[in-house]
Design a protein around this ligand. Structure first.
Ligand code: GAF
Length: 385
């Protein structure tokens, strides 16, 4: 997103005034899907695409916000619990309210914002928006006292309370903590994380966006989380334990409550257990430069997300099959599912053939072109000017 464009729109809408400019990115995730809300591991990185916002305190209790992309304007009061209706404004309202809960004396502000994270692609444009405003309000009203992890939690709470999506922490975490050229392995139970330089020699990461609109708010995402919670509750009941998430449970315990849960819930819990282990296996393989194993784990994840967790769709399964047939090292659905992109680990020499074939075959079958998005791992939330 061009900062000058945001600057000129802001000036136009707010009487020629000038604020501070902030940015925060979307994310990819190499592996570790639906593990975050189960206390497991994830392995995301920030991307270069993100959200840019110019923000200026206005000395009132009102937020005046202009979405440049949607050409939509609204004003809403910080102290009016209802907040705005449109989701793009609710993210901003939720972040402001959650920052206030942390003791930040948020005042009214004017803002114009725009982004280049493709919407509905599973690259978390919503986390980019939340993290951008959490970072900005911390800087403008909170003397940057709120820690990065708490800024990520502000975004997550916004999803839960203001949008009704019971997501995990991965997307907001990645948007806030990202570093150019580095993936991050996060333990979602302890909050500990490690940066992993990611520059696979001879390989590239590329997203293929099916353009099947992935919209998690109102999707069966919350049901998936509920399935996992059902199994944890059954285990606690049977064993008198106090497990908080599947991370605190064992395969044997899941097997033992088979008769107490639905077959679907057990299948989903088993997927999560396997996925948690796959993240660790991928990290180990990466350290050895063993990209074949990384790729094989990605395919396993795809199969699990498609057959067991049931968050794929026909188009994504098709793209996964095309990748396999082309000899791509690893390929899988990325993000929450129900549409969006596949993420593919491709040998440099196969890159052109694969991307061309994916576009051609997909267009032949579905009558529209998927969008190829090369992955560049970028920086997290920051002040631009
Ligand atoms: C979405 C959610 F927002 C994340 O918290 C995560 O659960 C992901 O789906 C699946 O791994 O992006």
């Amino acid at each position: 997103m061009d900062i000058e464009e945001v600057r000129s729109r802001f000036a136009k809408h707010f009487n020629g005034s000038k604020g501070q400019v902030y940015a925060s990115p979307g994310r990819i995730n190499l592996i570790g899907e639906h593990t975050d809300y189960n206390g497991g591991f994830v392995f995301p990185g920030a991307v270069e695409q993100g959200m840019v916002a110019e923000v200026k305190p206005n000395g009132t209790r009102t937020i005046r916000a202009y979405s440049i992309d949607l050409k939509d304007y609204d004003e809403f009061d910080l102290d009016d619990e209802k907040g705005p209706k449109a989701s793009h404004f609710r993210y901003i309202f939720g972040v402001a309210r959650e920052m206030m809960k942390l003791g930040v004396e948020v005042g009214g502000f004017d803002t114009a914002f725009a982004g280049d994270v493709p919407l509905g692609a599973g690259m978390s444009s919503s986390a980019a928006l939340e993290s951008c405003f959490a970072f900005a309000l911390n800087d403008l009203f909170g003397q940057n006292k709120v820690s990065k992890m708490d800024l990520a939690k502000v975004g997550q709470a916004t999803e839960h309370i203001y949008l009704g999506l019971n997501c995990g922490i991965m997307d907001q975490f990645a948007s806030v903590h990202g570093k150019a050229g580095q993936l991050m392995r996060l333990d979602c139970r302890s909050g500990e994380f490690e940066y992993f330089p990611f520059n696979p020699k001879g390989y590239k990461l590329v997203l293929v966006n099916s353009c099947v609109k992935h919209e998690l708010v109102g999707s069966p995402y919350n049901d998936r989380r509920k399935s996992c919670e059902n199994v944890v509750a059954a285990i606690n009941k049977k064993f008198g334990t106090k497990a908080e998430t599947l991370r605190d449970c064992t395969w044997e315990q899941i097997e033992a409550v088979k008769g107490d849960c639905s077959e679907v819930d057990i299948r989903r819990a088993n997927f999560v257990m396997g996925e948690k282990d796959r993240v660790l296996a991928v990290c180990e393989a990466l350290e050895k430069g063993d990209y074949e194993t990384v790729g094989q784990k990605m395919y396993e994840t795809h199969t699990g997300l498609s057959k067991d967790y049931e968050v794929s769709c026909e188009e994504l399964d098709f793209l996964n099959d095309v990748a396999k047939a082309c000899g791509v090292t690893g390929s899988r659905i990325m993000g929450g599912g129900f549409g969006g992109c596949t993420i593919n680990l491709v040998k440099d020499k196969l890159y052109d053939k694969f991307t061309q074939t994916a576009v051609e075959k997909f267009e032949q079958k579905y009558g529209k072109k998927p969008v190829i998005i090369p992955v560049v791992i970028g920086d997290g939330a920051r002040k631009l000017a």
